[in-house]
Write a protein that binds this ligand. Structure first.
Ligand code: NAD
Length: 298
């Protein structure tokens, strides 16, 4: 199984980053999305992204020119996958949209094509049957700002072919990722199995009036040597995501602490457009958050 041509489906927050990273490392990449208008927005985003590659990775003009040459675009699924050795699916985190996508993909993709999902919260076994080729399907999960936070968690379902799994581990390394194979399915993979409970515990301490966010972050940073505390991390993840996760838990359980969290986040953050790094303010203000100040821990 050799991977040369890769199609990335969905050019949103993660999809366009996956496409660019893959092309940067020498693969031919086709970007697929629902229409040409969305694809032209992706092209504009690549220009901005290439500045980050220059700044953070010291990428040269030659490397970036070659990257752009390896990228092509199509809103016709059949054409987008006609030569694909691998398709990486990064369509919205909505089971109905993903199932519909896999049905359409299964009808047009060549038999050789491997399918990988970047889903953060859905398990590959939930979709294996819909792909029509369960043995060639698995999860390949990237982190936001893929070129800097270069983790690739690889997670099969019980019927993923071992050779397919190993091929994707090798592919992940070939596009500059730290390949992190999981031996069995785990909701949240490794990263979110660690991160979600940490952020949840920090939020509970704060909403329960045990300590304020700055004190909690100082504690975590000083005690573990971590460069960022849980509230600094929440600003990067985005307060909207934290709000949505807490809202789902509050609606499902009615837990008074979750209900209080949701009300507090809505009133003091969401309604004030303090959504984290993305809007310049969350628990900290950006671009120079207080926790990066050398005196923060003194
Ligand atoms: P997004 O909403 O930013 O982008 C989704 C893209 O898919 C959009 O460009 C949209 O036009 C396109 N799309 C919609 N329907 C489609 C279809 N039928 N076929 C093809 N494209 C379609 O979403 P995102 O944040 O990039 O997330 C995509 C996937 O990546 C999700 O499964 C998510 O769990 C996962 N993920 C996201 C992050 C993150 O930080 N945002 C991190 C890791 C993994």
């Amino acid at each position: 199984m050799e991977i040369k041509n890769v199609t990335v489906a969905g050019s949103g927050v993660l999809g366009y980053q996956i496409a660019f990273q893959t092309a940067f490392h020498g693969f031919q990449v086709t970007v697929y999305d629902i229409n040409d208008e969305v694809l032209s927005k992706a092209k504009e985003k690549f220009d901005i992204l290439s500045d980050s590659y220059k700044q953070d990775l010291k990428a040269t003009k030659e490397q970036l020119d070659a990257t752009f040459k390896r990228l092509s675009y199509s809103s016709d699924l059949g054409k987008a996958v006609q030569d694909a050795d691998l398709i990486i699916e990064a369509v919205p985190e909505n089971p109905a949209i993903k199932i519909d996508f896999y049905h359409k993909l299964a009808a047009v993709a060549p038999a050789k094509t491997l399918f990988a999902t970047n889903s953060s919260t859905l398990l590959p076994s939930q979709f294996a049957h819909e792909t029509g080729r369960p043995e060639k399907f698995l999860a390949l999960h990237f982190a936001n700002e893929i070129w800097k936070h270069n983790t690739a968690e690889i997670m099969g379902h019980p019927n993923t072919d071992k050779k397919v799994f190993d091929t994707i581990v090798a592919f992940a390394k070939a596009i500059g990722m730290i390949a992190l194979p999981l031996s069995k399915e785990q909701p949240g993979y490794i990263v979110n199995s660690l991160l979600v409970p940490l952020l949840d515990a920090a939020t509970n301490l704060w909403i329960n009036d045990v300590a304020d966010p700055i004190t909690i972050d100082k504690t975590w940073m000083a005690a573990t040597g971590a460069p960022t505390g849980p509230f600094g991390i929440l600003d990067v993840v985005g307060i909207t995501t934290a709000y949505n996760i807490n809202k789902m838990a509050a609606d499902a359980t009615g837990d008074p602490l979750k209900v209080k969290t949701v009300e507090y986040l809505k009133k003091n953050f969401i309604d004030k457009n303090k959504l984290g790094v993305a809007t310049g303010e969350g628990f900290y203000t950006y671009p120079n958050p207080a926790y990066k100040d050398p005196d923060f821990l003194s």
